[in-house]
Design a protein around this ligand. Structure first.
Ligand code: GDP
Length: 195
């Protein structure tokens, strides 16, 4: 499903730019710098296919990738830029809301959370939006290599406690490290199972 079968399709800035809603798709969301582009690159084995968008004022695109010919992988713009202009944030929220409400093919959202920090207030906003949109979401913890094995359980407990308040949360957490490769096979298998 992933090896040699991933291609960039298009960047979308408005709902009318979305490709036909005729495949199963999964989307990736996360605070800027959470490691989203690193994870997508590591998952797909295509270095540089997903690029970090670290400029708050830049056009916020929803990037579509094809996974074989039956699925889309969707890279949502990062959120939580410290100095993002209000108008950019508002436009992004409107597009995100429309996207989450409007895609029949959307099977699951993967919300990336930096394992060193756990779920923060800025993440709660998107989790609440996912609840309201009735889109099942699964938390993917990133940069697991930066958290000492002894400290992992504490973070996991914090995340589980916060997720208990979100009806759309899928209970199983995925620990990943793009650097070390941890969790990538698990995440690929989860995506492959969403048909
Ligand atoms: P994005 O803004 O969410 O796309 O984040 P990036 O993928 O650009 O990553 C942000 C920073 O975190 C970069 O400096 C990456 O090298 C680093 N990073 C990403 N994933 C990992 C990981 O699994 N382990 C470690 N140690 N660093 C990571």
């Amino acid at each position: 499903l992933f090896a040699g079968e991933v291609d960039f399709l298009k960047g979308v800035v408005a709902m009318d730019g979305l490709p036909p809603d005729d495949r199963a798709e999964v989307c990736f969301a996360g605070r800027s710098n959470v490691g989203k582009s690193s994870l997508i690159n590591a998952l797909t084995g295509r270095k540089g296919i997903a690029r970090a968008s670290n400029t708050p004022g830049r056009t916020q695109e929803i990037n579509y990738f094809t996974l074989g010919d039956e699925r889309f992988l969707v890279d949502l713009p990062g959120y939580g830029f410290a100095n993002a202009p209000v108008a950019v944030v508002a436009k992004w929220q409107a597009l995100l809301k429309a996207y989450l409400a409007g895609r029949v093919g959307l099977r699951r959202a993967f919300v990336l959370i930096d394992m060193r920090h756990g779920i923060k207030a800025v993440d709660e906003e998107i989790l609440t939006l996912l609840d309201k949109s009735a889109v099942t979401f699964q938390v993917v913890l990133t940069k697991a290599d930066k958290v000492h094995p002894e400290d992992r359980e504490k973070v996991l407990a914090q995340v589980r406690e916060k997720l208990a308040k979100h009806p759309a949360a899928y209970p199983e957490l995925v620990l990943t490290s793009s650097e070390k490769g941890e969790g990538l096979a698990t995440l690929r298998a989860i995506i492959a199972g969403l048909t």
